[in-house]
Design a protein around this ligand. Structure first.
Ligand SMILES: [Fe+2]
Length: 291
């Protein structure tokens, strides 16, 4: 049986990917951030997931304004890297898992979540920045990836509660796949930030800290935050945080936080990262470490 072993919440700020690609990770500006992610990379190197479900949003690269799916799952063999205006990032092509992705779609649709099937898609920084942060710069990514794109670009984005419940349905879908796979699910985007208008540069550390705390302790309360509260309190683009609730919903009731970073600023955003192990994986991990 496949199982979700952990969830990662992380910002996907494009400037982070650019810093990696342009050899700036050891510049003074970037050192705290990249050093701060080292424990997360070490965790990932040990966890070695077979599959990553990457919940992210496309930034008008794969989808333009002609078609905007609320939830879309990439079912292709592979996903080329999008050119976002300055050439495609020099990172490996992303390998998918069509059979497992098709199972997720089937399970979710029959579970009353209407998912758009995407058989051909490029992926942008929303997906590749988290890959770089957690997997570094390998010649080929060490895991297959199933992209789950969420519309948080064009009003209306799905509510946090809808996202949280979708996460629970993803857990049911993964649990019902009869193959021995360890799965890590990402929720990406955020944290507080606004990139345009008179409030550009807005950061709300209090909001972000409460969100990180709530992920572990009380996700039900986070799921009740109305969409406009994200925009009002944490900036226009903070609505991306609803994607972290998909990740959290997929982990079950009890989780153990094993890593956290919070860093301001990266570009004009507040960057947050968190690793939440499922209680089951955490207990097994402790037992293994003790042996
Ligand atoms: Fe984004």
């Amino acid at each position: 049986m496949a199982r979700i072993i952990a969830g990662i919440g992380t910002s996907h700020t494009p400037a982070i990917g650019a810093a990696v690609d342009n050899g700036k990770t050891e510049d003074a500006y970037w050192t705290p951030l990249f050093k701060g992610y080292e424990p997360a990379k070490a965790w990932m190197a040990e966890a070695k997931p077979d599959v990553v479900i990457m919940v992210y949003n496309d930034h008008v690269n794969a989808f333009d304004f002609k078609i905007i799916p609320t939830f879309a799952i990439g079912c292709a063999d592979e996903f080329p890297i999008a050119d976002e205006g300055w050439g495609a990032r020099p990172v490996p092509i992303v390998k998918g898992y069509p059979e497992f992705a098709a199972h997720l779609v089937q399970s979710l649709v029959l579970d009353e979540f209407d998912i758009t099937i995407v058989n051909e898609m490029q992926v942008d920084h929303g997906l590749t920045t988290p890959m770089s942060l957690l997997f570094g710069s390998p010649k080929a990514w060490p895991t297959r990836v199933i992209p789950l794109a969420v519309n948080v670009i064009q009003y209306p984005a799905p509510t946090g509660n809808r996202c949280y419940n979708l996460g629970k349905a993803i857990k049911r879908a993964v649990d019902s796949w009869d193959e021995d796979l360890n799965v890590v699910i990402f929720g990406t985007g955020g944290m507080s930030h606004q990139i345009q208008g008179p409030r550009a540069g807005l950061v709300n550390t209090e909001f972000d800290t409460a969100f990180l705390d709530g992920l572990t302790r009380d996700p039900e309360a986070l799921a009740k935050i109305p969409p406009l509260t994200y925009l009002r309190d944490a900036g226009n683009e903070a609505i991306e945080l609803v994607m972290w609730l998909i990740m959290r919903g997929a982990l079950g009731d009890k989780v153990d936080e094993v890593y956290r970073i919070y860093h301001v600023p990266a570009s004009s955003t507040a960057v947050g990262g968190i690793i939440l192990e499922t209680r089951e994986y955490h207990e097994q991990h402790k037992a293994r470490s003790a042996a």
